[in-house]
Design a protein around this ligand. Structure first.
Ligand code: NAP
Ligand code: G3P
Length: 483
């Protein structure tokens, strides 16, 4: 199936149930962000192959939707089983391709297996409802409405580089369980891992054509996919820039967007500082800060700021830096361009008077974890998402100022509040404009049975297993006019 030359594999695309090279005869080289060499080539799929794949998904979807939930669930459970067999090789692929440390890459695979199984269970337990017409003034008891959920048709699933397996499965599994066909467009840097997870799905004998895997640069094939009349719903995770572009291109197509963030950690005077530091460090620096839910700014009360900064400095200096293979927390960023971007934010802040507490060393795309104190509103790092290992600290005089700065951001994904006063925690949580507030914990998406959403420029619609099943299906009403 895969073509190997000089130890570098050229991966086929998976189009309408067939593993095949693209008719374009063009491939894209994938470089490892830390080994730096070419680790494989993926196909640059053409527009006519997109047309054929979408048509195949449409054809296959009709029969797929007639299967019982239990029958669809069997394919998905078997997929989970196949992924479990491939756990080590899939984790190695994630590590090699996107530079996530091995332990975290393995956790991503395990979380994905659990997510697929949970999605099957959740879908099995969802049910429709019935309603009598007499609940409405003048309505009649003789009208009985039967409300069921039906599939939307063909779902376009577009995933980002930082969770190439998990954020693909969190779209594909609910789309399939809800009875849809799927067109899966992985991030180019992440597509080898995407291909491997679909090889596992293919081994289950899932009906041909129900899912196709379209590799190719988003900048080249993305608009064609998004505007395609055969697509009935789009589930996208990625940057706010691409998400906004998609929302302009997709007209009257249901769209769920999970985008960037600038999650604040608000540290009150009475916070348990050791607990706070533990959560801020893992929140800000795991996978070098390449998580949408990373802590991306600290808003700390003046009264405890010196203490907090001293503790954070100690913890940052103890972080492990280096190779994903050695399970380092700080690993090379996805590419040099991303490292240049983060460096630019650090330089801008320091030019404008921020204090460097620790860090600001760089070897190509490997940046040392960096802590900046006395960050002010005129600095880009106060507002922009770095997606790298840098944490700005903004000192505030009051809880109100912290809330005002938290809400001044264009983003609204999550926020953390550290305090031992439950009333204060609830007051702050109520005032912050985000999808989720974490009290005395780091921002994070899981557990995956929770709703996950961003507001403002952080997203539109809600994920999480239950909500994804809802967003990938619609209500269908049949009215029985009795008597
Ligand atoms: P990205 O550059 O926006 O890419 C995301 C996906 O969109 C990739 O598959 C990309 O393909 C594709 N794409 C690019 N242009 C497109 C177009 N015109 N039409 C359709 N698809 C297009 O994001 P990323 O760098 O992979 O991920 C990092 C960003 O994602 C960060 O901002 C992070 O905060 C955000 N993120 C958010 C969440 C969340 O749940 N809120 C989770 C993870 C990441 P190519 O790779 O081929 O360009
Ligand atoms: O950036 C991906 C986002 O979905 C974060 O997930 O589980 O690391 O909080 P998590």
């Amino acid at each position: 199936m895969d073509h190997v030359e000089n130890d570098v594999t050229t991966y086929p695309a998976y189009l309408a149930g067939q593993w095949q090279p693209s008719e374009s005869h063009e491939t894209i080289a994938i470089h490892s962000p830390w080994q730096r060499d070419v680790i494989g080539h993926v196909q640059a799929v053409t527009q006519s192959e997109v047309d054929q794949s979408i048509q195949a998904a449409k054809n296959a979807q009709h029969e797929w939707a007639t299967l019982s939930l239990g029958e669809r669930g069997q394919y998905l459970n078997q997929w989970a089983q196949e992924l479990a067999k491939d756990k080590e090789s899939l984790a190695t692929s994630i590590m090699t391709e996107v530079g996530k440390n091995y332990a975290d890459a393995e956790k991503e695979v395990v979380r994905t297996i659990d997510l697929i199984r949970y999605t099957v269970q959740e879908a099995l337990h969802m049910h429709g409802e019935s309603v009598r017409g007499d609940g409405f003034p003048g309505g009649s008891k003789e009208k009985l409405g039967i409300i069921e959920r039906v599939p939307l048709g063909v779902v376009l699933a577009i995933s980002p580089f930082n969770y190439p397996v998990n954020l693909a499965a969190s779209k594909i599994a609910p789309a399939l369980m809800a009875g849809n066909g799927v067109i899966f467009k992985p991030a180019t840097q992440g597509s080898i891992s995407g291909i491997k997870m679909i090889q596992a799905l293919d081994r289950t004998g899932i009906p041909s054509g129900i899912l196709s895997l379209i590799t190719g640069r988003g900048s080249e094939i993305g608009d064609y996919l998004t505007e395609h009349p055969g697509i009935n719903m789009i589930s996208f995770t990625g940057s706010t820039r691409t998400g906004k572009h998609l929302s302009q291109k997709s007209i009257m197509i249901p769209l769920v967007l999970e985008l960037g963030g600038k999650d604040p950690a608000i540290v009150c005077q009475d916070a348990d500082l050791d607990l706070t530091v533990k959560n801020i460090i893992s929140g800000a620096f795991s996978y070098s800060g390449q998580r949408c839910t990373a802590v991306k700014r600290v808003l700390v009360d003046d009264q405890v700021a010196d203490q907090l900064v001293a503790k954070l400095q100690k913890a940052v200096d103890a972080l492990s830096v280096g190779s994903p293979k050695n399970n380092r927390m700080i690993v090379p960023l996805i590419d040099n361009k991303s490292a240049d971007f983060v460096q630019g934010l650090i330089d801008d802040a320091m030019d404008k008077g921020a204090t460097l507490v620790t860090g600001n060393q760089r070897k190509e795309n490997l940046l040392a974890p960096t802590l900046l104190d006395h960050v002010t509103e005129d600095m880009d790092i106060a507002w922009v998402e770095p997606f790298g290992p840098v944490l700005p600290i903004i000192r505030v005089h009051s809880v109100n100022q912290a809330i005002q700065l938290a809400n001044k951001s264009n983003f609204g994904l999550q926020a953390s509040v550290f305090t031992q006063d439950i009333d204060k925690a609830l007051e702050i949580a109520g005032a912050i404009e985000v999808g989720t507030v974490q009290v005395n914990g780091r921002p994070e998406r899981g557990p995956d049975n929770f709703p996950f959403l961003g507001v403002k420029s952080s997203g539109m619609g809600t994920q999480g297993v239950h909500n994804s099943l809802l967003s990938m299906s619609r209500e269908k009403l049949t009215v029985m006019n009795l008597k």
